[in-house]
Design a binder for this molecule. Structure first.
Ligand code: GLN
Length: 253
């Protein structure tokens, strides 16, 4: 199984390292033709305007759109989520080109500037049910986008209280459970068919459950993956014990 990681800018090295932990090679993608050698793609976080300019310079947009349309699994984290959205707001003047495919409206820098970056415990019922481990995940939000609206095909995997409720402690406590799915929450992780998107950065944590979840999407859709490489990675995932760790960045008050 070869998973491409768009390597124009941003946290692509961290995704490659997380894949390596799970026994999968991450292939750095910088040119359109390189997409032919991979059966899935991760679009990392970074700065979406810069990334879009670089993608345009390297003439990557047509090949990226084709990759999405072919039904190959693509996971966008943070700026990568913005790339995958059909609609974005809060963009710089003139906007930026998007790949599209994900039926949602994303708000760039929804949580504010770099200084408003924060960490939050997110309830992730579906991921925990499929990948095991604790019911929550430490989400790292760095100038993160928020998903304001989703289409009917989109499955919501995680949400958190909106900044207007900053007084709410971002931890998996009762108040968050009560709020789950409510209109006061903003969506931060979704899946739509072959597309996965997270507003936060799983690649900056030691908990690889989002990566292993994505790899299962890849092995479910990949016809070419040899059965031995699938069973090896399934074996790795079975043996993987998620660790809780702390990466102090900013704590939302
Ligand atoms: N807000 C950034 C952007 O619009 C994304 C931040 C990130 O990827 N960490 O590109």
């Amino acid at each position: 199984m070869a998973v491409g990681v768009l390597a124009l800018q941003g946290s692509f090295n961290e995704h490659v390292a997380a894949l390596r932990k799970l026994g999968v090679k991450g292939v750095e993608i910088r040119k359109p033709e390189q997409l032919q050698s991979v059966n899935a793609l991760i679009i990392p976080g970074g700065e979406s305007t810069t990334m879009a300019k670089l993608a345009e310079y390297h003439n990557l947009f047509p090949a990226l759109r084709e990759f999405v349309k072919m039904g190959k699994p693509v996971w966008g984290t943070c700026a990568g989520l913005i790339f995958l959205a059909n609609n974005a707001t809060g963009q710089k003047v003139g906007g930026q080109e998007l790949i599209g495919g994900l039926d949602c409206m994303v708000h760039r820098n929804f949580f504010g500037s770099q200084l408003q970056s924060f960490e939050a415990e997110l309830l992730i019922p579906k991921i925990a049910a499929e990948e095991g481990g604790p019911p929550s995940f430490r989400g790292i939000f760095i100038r993160a986008p928020g998903i304001l609206e989703v289409g009917p095909e989109v499955e919501v995997l995680a949400d958190i209280p909106t900044p207007s409720q900053k007084a709410v402690n971002f931890s998996p406590n009762e108040s968050q459970e009560e709020n789950a799915g409510s209109e006061n929450n903003v969506i931060v992780a979704v899946k739509q068919g072959n597309l996965l998107a997270t507003a936060f950065h799983p690649e900056l944590t030691a908990d690889t459950r989002w990566h292993s979840y994505f790899l299962k999407m890849v092995s479910d859709t990949s016809e070419d993956a040899s059965s031995s490489s699938i069973s090896q990675s399934t074996e790795d995932q079975k043996n993987f014990k998620p660790q809780l760790y702390d990466l102090p960045i900013y704590q939302q008050q």
